[in-house]
Write a protein that binds this ligand. Sequence first.
Ligand SMILES: Nc1ncnc2c1ncn2[C@@H]1O[C@H](COP(=O)(O)OP(=O)(O)OP(=O)(O)O)[C@@H](O)[C@H]1O
Ligand SMILES: [Mg+2]
Length: 406
Amino acid sequence: MAEKIKVFIADDIAATRENICKLMAFDPSLVIIGHAESGIEAVAKVKKLKPDIILMDINMPGMDGITASEQISADVPESTIIMMSVQGEPEYQRRAMAAGAKNYLVKPFSGDELLQAIKQSFKNENPPSNAIRLDSKQKEQGKLITVFSTKGGIGKTTIAANLAVALAAETGLKIGIVDADLQFGDVALLLNLMPRATIADLVQNIEQLDAKLLEDYLVQFNNNVKLLPAPLRPEQAETVTGSHLSAILGTMRSSFSYTVVDTAPTFSDTMLAVLAASDIILVVAALDLPTIKNVKLCLEVMESLHYGAEKVKVVLNKTTTDGDMDVGEVEESLGYKFAATVPSDSNVVLASVNRGVPFVVSHQATPVSQSIDSLVDLVIGSRRGTELRAGQLALGVVDRVKRLFG
Ligand SMILES: Nc1ncnc2c1ncn2[C@@H]1O[C@H](COP(=O)(O)OP(=O)(O)OP(=O)(O)O)[C@@H](O)[C@H]1O
Ligand SMILES: [Mg+2]
């Protein structure tokens, strides 16, 4: 029989601890190995017991769950923390993830939600050694490339769809796309695909998730590119949770050499789960003041999540030669160099969207297409970099951004 998952509970309320014990009592794959009533007690006991999973209450007297998680993540990194809280706001979830929690449960939760979160978190941290691989050439786990921005309409989907298709063309590897813009995802539209099923259907069977099941929900764009589409209706988005996405992305990794993830412009718990799982986050920016302000805030949150320069790359989209902002000044105000630039070309981009053919296929010789090739180089780690396209001088951008941030 497989070894049981060792669970530790840290919660100051005795009734909550008892309730969790009851919810877990009938599952033979789990065993509770200890509990604590405060953060300090949890840190001390976890060091000795080394549980697989720690269910950590966020609010405890003395040392709270966030501080305890920070210490445990440093001292006992092999234990996986699931934060529990009555507060479901993204800010709490962000702080929990930054402290090292891998999952977040909002109280009150059902027995099913609890068991699924425990098993999924355990599976993510301990992938089975015999995981099914569709790409037999690939010995290592694939990479997750997420295209993100807190600004809507900035070009995330355009870049994600074209990047995935260009990656496949340039490398000959299997490339997956996950449309994680759960309410208004439109990658299928850009690739002219008709989804039979979507991520919302997949999560109905999440308990059985493996590479073989995942394959049933993918739509094929070409021999090397497959898409897991977003739900067809916005109201289905809420059926997909952060832990579902972590599990799905883990399985995509074992099936594809690269998975490109398109996102919604928010720091929701689902997007935080995607960002946490990503190897590279391409943060899309543009040269206008509201976007720069927004992207600066976005980058600050990423820093607070301890995402370093290896993981976070800023991509400048829709550049023009007649822009009135100085690229260097904007980089200075953001504290990041642009890792790649994509020129503005409404004719090419719109023609490609309306025909449902990515411009890297339909308009290969155009600068906008070639800029995506440079993005491929960036993602696969080629030394061929992209030249920054300097715009014309704009006076006082740094000062204006500084003023916005005090
Ligand atoms: N480099 C570009 N040149 C010209 N137009 C572009 C470029 N990139 C994106 N666009 C256009 O900008 C608009 C928004 O693009 P897109 O849908 O990719 O943004 P998004 O960030 O995914 O938006 P949302 O937040 O709504 O999902 C679209 O009309 C698209 O055709
Ligand atoms: Mg989009």
